[in-house]
Design a binder for this molecule. Structure first.
Ligand SMILES: [Zn+2]
Ligand SMILES: [Zn+2]
Length: 243
């Protein structure tokens, strides 16, 4: 039996931050990382009402995330709700439509001080590769632990640098798909071929800061010019806006 590199008592079953750990220590390491992000973000106060956004394809991750956030800040006594969102728009929608929909829906939940998104680093690494191949970098600036939009919407994205493999100590993550063939292929490739490169799931984040341009006033997407991205523009001019 291989012993946990932290407690030296229990069997090592998971790898977190490159170390082989037992279930208890693996979970604790993740909770500690999220606690640090909560403090660094300075977004949370005692008894805040916060919401975990649950896109229909990320149910399991959102469930794990709610356990982690609850433990990470037990002294804050956050009131954590979960709100489901149906993300499938239509057959030709892509990953940017998916992200846009989640952002707009989150913005509409005015009762909650912080909106927590359950995207793991695998998602963002796949998104970076997807952006490079499609030359559409719209939401690359969401690769961050927290974000404040111009209308005051606060996003907290604590799993942005935590990989699915590291989250396995909370339960084996079932296969996830995003209804975008190209993105799904890249995401699967990241999860199979790159999964063991622990460093990559942290280091790629620095490369996203190389991208910069004007931003949409509503969803903060990178845009080439003007005030709003094409998706928000369409909504703003629609007689029946969905948000
Ligand atoms: Zn241990
Ligand atoms: Zn926009």
């Amino acid at each position: 039996m291989e012993l946990c590199q932290r407690c030296n008592k229990r069997e090592a079953k998971y790898i977190v931050g490159g170390r082989r750990l037992c279930e208890t220590c693996a979970r604790d390491e993740i909770v500690k990382r999220v606690r640090k992000e909560i403090h660094n973000s300075k977004m949370f106060s005692f008894k805040d009402k916060v919401v975990i956004i649950v896109p229909d394809n990320l149910n399991q991750l959102a469930e794990i995330l709610s356990q982690i956030v609850g433990k990470a800040c037990y002294t804050c006594k956050l009131q954590i709700d979960k709100v489901n969102i149906k993300t499938e728009i239509n057959t030709d929608s892509n990953i940017n439509d998916y992200i846009w929909k989640i952002i707009m829906y989150s913005k509409s939940l005015a009762d909650y001080k912080v909106k927590i998104l359950p995207f793991p680093s695998n998602f963002f690494l796949a998104y970076l590769l997807y952006s490079v191949s499609t030359k559409d970098y719209s939401y690359i600036n969401y690769v961050t632990s927290y974000k404040l939009l111009s209308d005051g919407t606060r996003f907290f994205i604590p799993l942005y640098s935590i990989s699915l493999l590291e989250l396995n100590a909370f339960g084996e993550i079932k296969e996830i798909s995003f209804n975008d063939e190209i993105f799904d292929a890249i995401f699967r490739w990241v999860n199979t071929q790159l999964a063991e490169n622990y460093e990559l799931f942290h280091t790629f984040i620095a490369s996203t800061s190389l991208f910069n341009s004007a931003r949409c006033k509503s969803c903060d997407a990178f845009i080439e010019s003007g005030e709003y991205c094409a998706r928000c523009k369409r909504t703003l001019t629609s007689p029946f806006p969905p948000y």
